[in-house]
Design a protein around this ligand. Structure first.
Ligand SMILES: CC(C)(COP(=O)(O)OP(=O)(O)OC[C@H]1O[C@@H](n2cnc3c(N)ncnc32)[C@H](O)[C@@H]1OP(=O)(O)O)[C@@H](O)C(=O)NCCC(=O)NCCS
Length: 171
């Protein structure tokens, strides 16, 4: 971690343009920016946090979206971290770590199950394990990159099966 300072705060509607620019700079294609904008328009961004630098510019973001179980009612079974992005010039300075903890702290108030699609080498530090451990599958054939944190204790109330992201992310 460097000595740089960022502030983490909930995203506001007026941040949308800056967040889109950030997603375009952090990912190699426009897909994440497009999907995230669609998810927001569809009401499928449950919570979103941004990291700002000392000038107030957004240098990182994380969002949580609903994830449904293919066979369990209309209520979301989990929250998914989707997406997480750090401005390339701010990467490897702890900003992603701070944002993931913010998202996980928020998620704790809403759900026992959080999922993510990403590098196990990054997400294991937060307690994520491959979701296949609980026999939860995903729609992307992502293997061990589909990870979960279960906080509901020994009795796992979300059964094995397919966990499905919001339509905006069904690419
Ligand atoms: C991946 C990403 C979110 C990490 O955020 P960050 O702020 O750069 O990372 P942090 O400073 O919190 O953590 C740095 C640590 O993570 C590791 N790390 C970073 N990216 C990694 C990756 N893709 N795979 C494995 N480890 C990774 C670094 O090696 C470093 O390890 P260390 O703590 O042992 O030194 C960021 O690099 C990013 O936005 N990348 C482009 C978009 C992306 O891939 N988003 C994730 C989609 S799920």
């Amino acid at each position: 971690m460097s000595g740089y300072c960022v502030c983490i705060r909930p995203a506001q509607p007026q941040d949308a343009g800056e967040i889109e620019e950030l997603l375009l700079s952090a990912f190699p294609t426009e897909e994440e920016a497009r999907c995230h904008a669609t998810a927001r328009r569809s009401g499928h961004v449950v919570s979103e946090f941004v990291a700002t630098n000392i000038q107030g510019a957004i240098v990182g973001m994380v969002a949580l979206g609903p994830v449904w179980h293919e066979r369990v009612g209309p209520e979301a079974a989990a929250l998914g971290i989707v997406p997480l992005a750090i401005d390339p010039s701010w990467q490897s300075q702890g900003v992603g770590t701070a944002l993931v903890w913010s998202a996980l702290n928020y998620a704790r108030t809403e759900t026992d199950l959080v999922v993510v699609l990403g590098e196990p080498g990054y997400y294991a530090r937060f307690g994520f394990q491959p979701a296949c451990h609980w026999q939860w599958e995903n729609q992307y054939q992502a293997g061990d990159a589909f990870q979960a944190i279960w906080r509901g204790g020994e009795e796992v109330t979300v059964p094995p099966g397919l966990l499905v992201y919001a339509p905006a992310w069904r690419v």
